[in-house]
Design a protein around this ligand. Structure first.
Ligand SMILES: CCCCCCCCCCCCCC(=O)SCCNC(=O)CCNC(=O)[C@H](O)C(C)(C)COP(=O)(O)OP(=O)(O)OC[C@H]1O[C@@H](n2cnc3c(N)ncnc32)[C@H](O)[C@@H]1OP(=O)(O)O
Length: 157
């Protein structure tokens, strides 16, 4: 697994995202990494806090959606650099935002354990990357989802 997270390469001015921005003290500050770069597999870990509760003992689905969202957009940026044979973070920055987010809650997600997000890059085009994601707790896949990440429009930054 690579040591530096994809989000660590985001430019300062794009590091305010609630889900993954290192400049957002109130956010989740999710960190995503290659698990197997050749296979296009990525990983992130997150342990919910008590205030992320939905029903006592179980994680709020909106939190889960935002984790899938940011693991997807981060993985998309890394995959786009990889596809162009470029070092991640090199200029000009490849910026991706969420075009579509799909989340399927397969089983209740328990509180009190580390959640593991695994991403698989399934399509890389010049303006679009698709990432399929699972979220597991205690080795049980509780959620599956997908992110269609699209190049950030000029109007956003
Ligand atoms: C390492 C450095 C990285 C730096 C990164 C820092 C960023 C960090 C940010 C963290 C962010 C955190 C996450 C957040 O919270 S991001 C915040 C939430 N997202 C937004 O606000 C985005 C708002 N939407 C838009 O700006 C536009 O609609 C976008 C940009 C999405 C598309 O605009 P546009 O319509 O002009 O796109 P295109 O014509 O070039 O299409 C290109 C391809 O994409 C396909 N498509 C498009 N939309 C959809 C859709 N809804 N479903 C399925 N597919 C869609 C399209 O068919 C085409 O595919 P193909 O025909 O080629 O197959």
């Amino acid at each position: 697994m690579s040591k530096q997270a994809f989000q660590d390469y985001y430019p300062e001015e794009l590091s305010h995202c609630y889900g993954c921005g290192s400049n957002n003290a109130d956010g989740h500050q999710l960190k995503s990494y290659w698990l197997d770069e050749k296979q296009g597999e990525t990983i992130a870990r997150f342990t919910p806090k008590a205030y992320h509760t939905a029903i006592p003992g179980f994680v709020y689905g909106g939190l889960i959606a935002s984790l899938i969202d940011c693991h997807g957009t981060g993985s998309a940026a890394a995959a786009a650099y990889q596809a162009q044979g470029r070092v991640i973070g090199s200029a000009p920055a490849l910026r991706f935002v969420t075009g579509a987010l799909n989340v399927n809650f397969l089983a209740p997600t328990p509180m009190g354990v580390e959640l593991i997000l695994r991403g698989k890059i399934t399509e890389v085009k010049e303006r679009k990357v698709i990432v399929e994601i699972t979220l597991s707790a205690d080795d049980v896949v509780c959620v599956s989802g997908s992110v269609i990440a699209v190049k950030m429009p000029a109007t956003m930054g």
